[in-house]
Design a binder for this molecule. Sequence first.
Ligand code: 26V
Length: 822
Amino acid sequence: IVAVEDDRTGTSLETLKRAIMDNLFYLQARFPSVASRNDFYMALSYTVRDRLLQRWISTAETYLQQGSRTVCYFSAEFLLGPHLGNNLINLGIRQEVEEAVNELGLDIEELLNQEEEPGLGNGGLGRLAACYLDSMATLEIPSFGYGIRYEFGIFDQEIRDGWQVEVTDRWLRYGNPWEIPRPEVRMPVKFGGHTRSYTDSDGHYRVIWDAHHVVEGVAYDTPILGYRVNTANTLRLWRAEAVESFDFQAFNTGNYYGAVRDKITSENITKVLYPNDEPLQGKELRLSQQYFFSSSSLQDMIRIYLQHNPDLSKFHQKFTVQLNDTHPAISVAELMRLLVDDHHLDWNTAWNVTQHTFAYTNHTLLPEALEKWPIALFQYLLPRHLEIIFEINQRFLDQVRLHYPGQSDPLARLSIIDESGERYVRMANLACVGSYAINGVAALHTELLKATVLHDFYQLYPERFSNKTNGVTPRRWVVLSNPGLTGLISEQIGDGWIKDLDQLGQLEPLANDHHFRACWGKTKHDNKVALAEHIQAKTGIIVDPNSLFDIQVKRIHEYKRQHLNVLHIITLYQQIKDNPHLDITPRTFIFGGKAAPGYFTAKLMIKLITAVGDVVNRDPDVAGRLKVVFLPDYNVTFGQRVYPAADLSEQISTAGLEASGTGNMKFSMNGALTIGTLDGANVEIREEVGAENFFLFGLTTPEVQALGAKGYQPWDYIQSNPQLKRVLDLIASGHFSHGDTNLFQPLLSGLWNQDKYYLMADYQSYIDCQQQVSQAYQNREQWLAMSILNTARMGKFSSDRSIQDYCRDIWHVSPVIIKLNG
Ligand code: 26V
């Protein structure tokens, strides 16, 4: 008997080649001589997908049979990044596929570059959800991701004349081989209308919600494979579809146009991702999105539950739901509605289920980012939920009164309804009342939550609070992004670190090894050369791979202080202009990040960066020693190029404002040193890598608070610091704006007058610290040792550790091992 490998599962060279050509022919309907690079990308992706499906089916079957306790991660955003490379690594067939592709006369890198990344998120919050899916699958935790299948993800960014221009992200244009549509899995979601009540024949009080209209949620599934395990979990994203009956009604009355218009309105719900950092206040479509995916997901879970279990009063034993910020917090009211109105549980039983189902993660302390919805909008869009929220609130406030007899202030602050002016529903309060666990995303952040925004809830329910410091997946952020470093590390300590990142600690002694340092330095240099080539191709700017690569990539926001970085660049530039022969450490400043389309100041910050670059990069006095690059369209794909090539990671937010940060972790894992404030997870990164391997500057959170309390006067700092004043004056003079003295005035007057984010107070400390960085970089051996120690001590920041913490302290779920069948 000759054993023949299955074309859909086999991984030998011949089988892979045959499978790719088969898929090219039968799925893309192309033969090689006319096939485009994208045809080949699709054929390869289907080949890889086939090998995922086998695991995915086995996983689904096993979960069904075992009925294991399951985590559902509810998130309005999943910023996954490209699938192909990651799946090759997690399957362990990267090498084989590369060979197969080569033998077919193709280049694997070219094919990988064909993939349009699914940009279904804004930044940190959505990317964290993606890292957590990877870790949950790798740790073999039964779990689902639930979210929204936006037709248009985060906008593409172009830079024209130095300004950001937004372009629609048409990521589905050429099809998406990684999703499986499930047109038979569809959930009705109601909107608007009125409620009425009656008493049924058994004497039960019942409420009926007569909606204005119904939209259907249709499921699209993406398999999420763990690293070298058989577990392939499901990310289920919902697309809004108009229901058909709707059409017919209008058609019969001759209003064809009206029918089509209503169809479009329904389907608008999942058209586009809102770019955050914009006041969402009162945006009806945004609330519709939140409710739409919450309701679809909960209905789906109840459907699955009822297949094996008739008794919904134990729902919380089978499922737990993690609310990724307050975007899905309406789920608390929706689960109550489903249990009470649709499934006829009594209120107390339903509340017991609800309250034991949800857990809530807070991701920001910025007051302007806390979601609240005007009562009138709620009444109009979700009339039944408003009633339920009032009922939850009344019962909750009755409890609170027992705690605070005769006191009205705590009640007013804890109430789910904000009644201080126009009335609002406060989503964070709803999430806290409806959850059995509440967490922040870094130690400092959790402490600040307990002391400030959620202080009253902490007083009431201290046992619900815990910290879960964020983490990132080393599979995508080291193995996939940085194959050179991965090879070097595994040569020394084996490859166990990929699933157990604490093993990187074994690298510590090698920090003193001269030969190892040289190899470490060479990998970094190779990565910098590759990034330099990319920069030249994208921007035309030539940068020197021997210069210090100083990188800040993240959303553009005043609190993240990209403009403080610019003030440093201008300071160095001034010093060169004063003394062109000055001996300075050559640096390449690299920026990337998107500004919210309606955030004028953030867009002006981009213009400032590009404008300073235009002058500095060309000034003959600078003689190429400083280069400033703004790379357009920062996204996951570009992140994968940039972290491995960084020498210095800029984490310079005002202390107390960055909840955690996760880019900070990706940089350090790849051997960059950090210049940063004591903010978010920087605090813990510094604890781990050691103060001597971290460039610390700036005010601490209590110092910022004290300065604010005593009345902060930025001009005190400006007047007493001639260097700082000269930098601001140079911008004001029009030196970077072709003589235009008005262009940057809004930014400058912000700094002179309010300086809400304390740039002036932190300026000198930042400049001095950067001077230390420059000196340290001159001592190459020392720098390499520090770089190695950064990587060696990053074990804590694997998202595997974060997920294990959630599993142990909050979810109480354990791994289920998947065996491959058939
Ligand atoms: C939203 C808004 C909306 C209104 C205007 C200002 C503003 C600013 C920020 C946000 C985003 C809030 C949620 C978020 O994305 N938080 C991020 O979550 C990451 C994962 O936990 C964390 O690493 C980042 O520090 C945190 O900013």
